[in-house]
Design a protein around this ligand. Structure first.
Ligand code: GUN
Ligand code: FE
Length: 456
């Protein structure tokens, strides 16, 4: 056979079949085209398997995993504030409103300085890749130039970045030192940012995308919100914001808009298939139905929610309703850049929601039944669910999906996983990988068929 494929990968791969079911594809071949798309998948029993192996063995096009190594889809971080990487790990014990005013806005205002922005953004994108995150949906800052710099850094380092210039135009709600100059300027900057990033996308193999980004309703005027809805429609862009995150924010919107975040955002044209709303902890049934109807996704940020939300997202219930859900680190509301950590916290928080946490209550009154999610579901959120949320062919190892993967090495020096049963099931092995892996176990990361991180 001619060597028609650009690259062929061989190994054991995990990929979600559904939110509840994971497939372990043992020793399959993944045949890529030059665009980094999986054109063909062959199982060992396939008649063409031997032919492809014979054609590619001994060539540099074949990438075969060694024993103890596994392919996982690259993770998709569905909600992250890039500038806040500089303060990750600090100030997690104060309420959201104070945290924004005393820590976050002063920090974000410093991103008018492009040298500072470059330092932080380069370090962040490198760190995320080393943690297995191949796609990220970013909030940058109000500054158009620094936001564009983040898109350029993603493009250069090989990460698929979806980047938003943040809009905060309401003069009464935002500090003078950190806000858009005016509503008109916020909309004009957003439009020119969309043009710049769409142009950059034309020369970026893995894709970079502009995202219409009202920070949240409390920071935007009605006029800006409606204008952003129109821009998203005009340029067919992604949209992101925060929705019903905390008691304070949820009640602020009810007071001002006389309706929930969800209905207010919908009225402004901000809910649609390529919209991703962070948190969504306090959705009513009607809100949740509107998410499902409009195809709007939830970026579930379980680590952040422990500190800054006042509840736990009923993820299992919303998945049953058919809402798309992915996972976000919410740096720096969440301290960790790792979606492994967020997979773990998603499972843990869901168990606490189901069981309840106040031991003085009788067990029957303590929790919310049917709230737990399995490790498989959390894995789904971090991969296939994220891809579905962004309407991109990523997050699954299937034909016509993009080859974004991380290679996990369970016997990495200094990071050996405790595996003492030779007959461990593939599902148990995956769960050990999800709960115990550290960055040391992530040997390689590939985006769109290109190696973007290698641990030596
Ligand atoms: N709501 C508005 N801005 C933010 C932010 O930066 N982080 C979080 N967690 N919530 C927000
Ligand atoms: Fe956030």
């Amino acid at each position: 056979m001619d060597r028609i494929y650009d690259k062929v990968f061989r190994g054991i791969a995990f990929t979600s079949k559904s939110p509840q079911e994971v497939s372990a594809l043992e020793d399959y071949l993944f045949c890529l085209d030059e665009e980094g798309v999986i054109r063909r998948i062959l199982k060992p029993q396939d008649p063409d398997y031997g032919t492809v192996m014979a054609a590619y063995s001994g060539t540099e096009k074949l990438h075969a995993l060694a024993e103890g190594q596994y392919f996982l889809p690259g993770f998709i971080d569905l909600h992250i504030h890039a500038p806040q990487w500089a303060q990750a790990g600090t100030a997690m014990d104060i309420p959201l409103h104070d945290w924004l005013d005393t820590y976050t806005f002063p920090l974000e205002s410093k991103f008018s300085d492009l040298d500072f922005a470059r330092k932080v953004y380069q370090d962040l994108v490198t760190t995320l890749l080393a943690n297995g995150t191949t796609t990220a949906l970013y909030f940058a800052t109000v500054h158009k130039e620094a936001s564009y710099l983040l898109a350029q850094i993603c493009a250069d380092k090989g990460q698929r970045g979806l980047v938003g210039k943040v809009v905060m135009d309401d003069k009464s709600e935002n500090p003078e030192y950190y806000r858009d100059e005016s509503t008109e300027a916020a909309l004009a900057d957003t439009e020119s940012f969309i043009h710049l990033v769409q142009e950059l996308n034309e020369t970026t193999k893995q894709g970079v995308y502009p995202v219409v980004t009202p920070r949240f309703i409390p920071s935007c005027t009605d006029e800006a919100l409606a204008g952003l809805g129109e821009l998203a429609k005009k340029y067919d862009t992604h949209i992101q914001s925060h929705c019903s995150e905390s008691d304070w924010e949820h009640n602020y919107v009810l007071d001002r808009m006389h309706k929930s975040d969800t209905f207010a955002l919908h009225e402004m044209g901000l809910l649609q298939d390529k919209a991703v709303m962070a948190h969504a902890v306090f959705l009513s049934d009607a809100d949740a139905d509107l998410f499902a109807e409009t195809g709007t996704a939830i970026a579930h940020c379980p680590v952040s929610n422990v500190c800054f939300s006042n509840g736990v997202l009923p993820a299992a219930r919303f998945t049953r309703k058919g809402i798309d859900i992915g996972l976000g680190t919410d740096i720096s509301g969440g301290f960790s850049p790792s979606l492994f950590d967020n997979i773990r916290q998603a499972v843990i928080s869901s168990r606490m929601l189901e069981e309840g946490v106040d031991p003085s209550l009788p067990s029957a009154e303590r929790g919310l039944p049917q709230s737990r999610i399995s490790a498989n579901e959390a894995f789904y959120y971090a991969t296939a669910g994220g891809g579905q949320s962004l309407s991109l062919p990523i997050g699954r190892l299937e034909e016509n999906y993009i080859w974004d993967v991380q290679v996990i090495d369970v016997s990495a020096p200094n990071a050996k996983l405790p595996l003492f049963d030779e007959n461990i099931s593939m599902e148990d092995l995956l769960h050990k990988i999800l709960f115990l892996s550290r960055p040391d176990n992530i040997r390689e990361v590939w985006v769109q068929g290109e190696c973007v991180h290698k641990r030596t």
